[in-house]
Design a protein around this ligand. Sequence first.
Ligand SMILES: O=C(O)CCC(=O)C(=O)O
Ligand SMILES: [Fe+2]
Length: 243
Amino acid sequence: MPVSMPQSAPLFSSPDAAAIVGQIDRDGYAAIGDFVSPEDLATAQDFVRREVAANGGNYLDFKGADRLDGTFLRSLSSDPAFVALCRGIYEQSTGRPAPDVGFYQVLRCLSGRLARANSLTFHYDSYALTALIPIIMPDHGTPGDLLIIPNTRRVRSSYAGNLVDKILLDNALSQHVLRMLYARQSPLIRHIRLVPGTLYLFYGYRTIHTNEECDEDAIRSTALFHFADPHAASGLKRLLRQN
Ligand SMILES: O=C(O)CCC(=O)C(=O)O
Ligand SMILES: [Fe+2]
């Protein structure tokens, strides 16, 4: 018997992971438009606007799904189609079975004085695949693009190798150089103009990326679902208690 999706489920169906992987390999990311239904998106936008207002118009984030009741973000991480899509992309891109793990989920709400401090920090994610859904994008001022330098490294065989990459990137000099390239509109840094309700997929572990800032009186909110830490089993990682 066919299983029908609940009405509020994302519109996505029959994922073609191979095509998406081809797109990520070519362009650095893939986008699936209208992934979230207009009703679900509107509810999530109301939620974010309320929470930012309750926080005095300032930045806040939600780690995990616990406090996202009433929005589609509460249950997306257990949506079978979404899970199958992310696992499929992982398997197609690495040639390995996807690990039996859930997502590390964060809802970021950029606004107010702290918007700047939470922007333009170029980084690698700890997780292989990053799924990003914009909820609200600024309606004036800086557009708040996602900035990427795609696939600049491979998955390191050891956590120590990963750590070296991170140290080379997470320092004042590297950040200064990258911000300068950004300010000069270097073609090295790609801008992705994010559309709310679209699903964006990229290899966060392998891609240097960050977000543009937004004006203090605007809101830029993104939902992130991080999947599969290649170094989850590392003893060194555990020892250092790194994220
Ligand atoms: O909000 C964004 O556009 C990206 C955020 C990000 O890269 C992260 O939280 O790891
Ligand atoms: Fe990231």
